[in-house]
Design a protein around this ligand. Structure first.
Ligand SMILES: [Zn+2]
Length: 523
């Protein structure tokens, strides 16, 4: 990635910090359980965050389901039969080699660590602190600690990224204690206490008997429900199943605010196609998906497609693209569009002894030449992160405009240029002052707008200037102000967030004006 533009760490942190601070101050995102010191990498979406998140999910659902004939939805359980994960390979393969840095105590993924040629002598500071003694080491395994650059590392160990939970009110710890007591008691009779591996395996088997896992992706439900969906809807290939929901991964590294967290939300489509046509549909979906982001964003050039190198492809994938966004820390993943072949349906067919295939009566079987063709569909999977998209749209919308205030002093206006479709509040209605019947007039206008099922607020706190500034900062596209002139001629002012320009219109015209701007005018 030679063209990757990475801002300096300081700039990058500064912008992310500004977003984090705005999110907390205005009620987009809070640290989970903050009054108890917070829970690392867990976040709560506040009054504005929940609206923004719902609006992004709805925009996705509109484009993937409502605006199409060939996609239906699904909302599957977060807990699924453990066989699903055994078959998908998540139980065995969903693990990463982990390493502890013995110098600075950082725990990191070996495959993501800073690569250094074996035999290279490197310098690092004792304890990872620049005040520490300078040490040198020779790299003996091809990477060093990404935090402090040290070569003093623990062995690589496996670590499962799925959250494991006990299913049912079964006291498996009691069972384990009982087993160990029996083993200890048997020593008296000449038995021996098992070695640690045998002991570990026997404890694992007790725990796994009642274990369920929180899903690490929403996709598997679309594969295991494939037959039910086909039979209940009579969908014809090509068609897709869309799902939006929570997924959980015990990530080693959680980073960049909500970019990578243990609990997150996904928006995934599994699009089933005839074998041999996958390249054409991969092409279609990668273009469709990047267009979706670009249409909703201010800076379309900050989105790009990156094709995976052959050695990057997952074993089940024959081609894959990432939609990348230019985050403050550089280009990074936003959505993956993978051609997953028939891997998932084939594996689940075999493991469950259920034919997850499709029969096309209209087609000739290319192998036998007979009418009617039964096959296991291939799958194209556009897999997007909802919470990650939320961060991306916030970064894209965040704007600082330097201007001059009434006294000639330099003043910075902060605004979120969110697409009206995504903006948490669509219109704010203000009475200029809290008297003379202005609040009642404002409420009437707000009520008329609410009939269109949009999020409208009536705000009479603080000075009008502060109210405008607040709504600029949270991305409200329009502010309608009722003032003294309104009492005379029923006119109001409508202020546009992006230009800060105002027009005076009759109440009815004002309502029509903002509805048109929001794309909600009557067709
Ligand atoms: Zn370290």
């Amino acid at each position: 990635m030679a063209d990757t533009k990475i801002n300096s760490n300081e700039d990058s942190n500064q912008l992310v910090q500004k977003i984090v601070s705005l999110c907390k101050r205005r009620g987009f995102v809070f640290q989970s359980s903050e009054i108890y010191g917070g829970l690392k990498s867990c976040y709560d979406y506040g009054p504005l965050g929940v609206e923004l998140k719902r609006n992004i999910a709805q925009a996705w659902w509109d484009s993937m389901v409502y605006e199409r004939e060939d996609v239906v939805g699904l909302d599957a359980s977060i807990m699924m039969h453990p066989k699903v994960w055994e078959t998908s390979g998540h139980l065995a393969g969903f693990s990463d080699p982990l390493v502890d840095c013995l110098n600075c105590k950082e725990r990191f993924r070996a495959d993501k660590a800073t690569k250094v040629d074996v035999g290279t002598t490197v310098e690092f500071y004792q304890g990872g602190k620049s005040s520490g003694k300078k040490l040198t080491g020779v790299c003996d395994r091809g990477y060093v600690c990404p935090q402090c650059g040290s070569t003093l590392l623990s062995k690589e160990r496996s670590f499962n990224l799925m959250f494991r939970a006990g299913f049912g009110p079964i006291d498996y710890i009691g069972q384990i204690v009982e087993d160990i007591e029996k083993k200890v008691a048997s020593i008296k009779d000449g038995g021996s206490f098992p070695d640690s591996k045998t002991l570990r395996d026997s404890i694992e088997s007790v725990i796994n008997k009642n274990a369920v896992f929180l899903r690490p992706e929403t996709a598997q439900a679309m594969f295991v429900q494939f037959l039910n969906v086909v039979q209940s809807t009579s969908m014809h290939i090509p068609f897709g199943i869309a799902q939006c929901g929570k997924s959980f991964r015990n990530e080693i590294v959680t980073e960049h605010f909500i970019f990578r967290s243990c609990e997150f939300e996904q928006m995934e489509l599994e699009y089933f196609v005839e074998p041999g046509t996958q390249a054409q549909y991969l092409d279609y979906w990668k273009n469709t998906r990047i267009e979706w982001y670009r249409k909703l964003a201010n800076k379309p050039d900050n989105f790009r497609l990156r094709r995976h190198d052959k050695d990057e492809l997952a074993h089940y994938s024959d081609d894959c693209y990432d939609i990348e966004y230019l985050y403050p820390w550089g280009w990074d993943e936003l959505e993956g569009i993978a051609s997953r072949t028939d891997y998932d349906l084939s594996k689940h067919s075999k493991a469950s002894n259920t034919k997850l295939s499709y029969f096309d009566l209209q087609k000739q079987d290319p192998n036998t030449g007979k009418q009617g063709y039964r096959y296991i569909p291939y799958v194209i999977e556009p897999s997007a992160g909802l919470t990650r998209s939320l961060l991306c749209f916030l970064l894209d919308a965040y704007t600082e405009e330097v201007g001059v205030d009434a006294n000639g002093n330099e003043k910075t206006r902060v605004l979120l240029k969110l697409s009206p479709k995504l903006a948490p509040i669509k219109v704010a209605v203000f009475p200029l002052v809290k008297k003379d019947g202005l609040p009642e007039r404002a409420r009437k206008i707000a009520a008329a707008l609410r009939k269109r099922r949009i999020n409208v607020v009536c705000d009479d706190n603080q000075s009008i200037g502060k109210r405008y500034a607040k709504h600029d900062e949270i991305g409200t596209p329009y502010c309608i102000t009722v003032d003294n002139q309104s009492l005379e001629d029923s006119s109001v002012t409508v202020r546009d967030r992006d230009t800060a320009g105002q027009v005076r219109l009759s109440e009815q015209e004002a309502i029509e004006h903002v509805l048109k701007g929001l794309g909600l005018e009557l067709i």
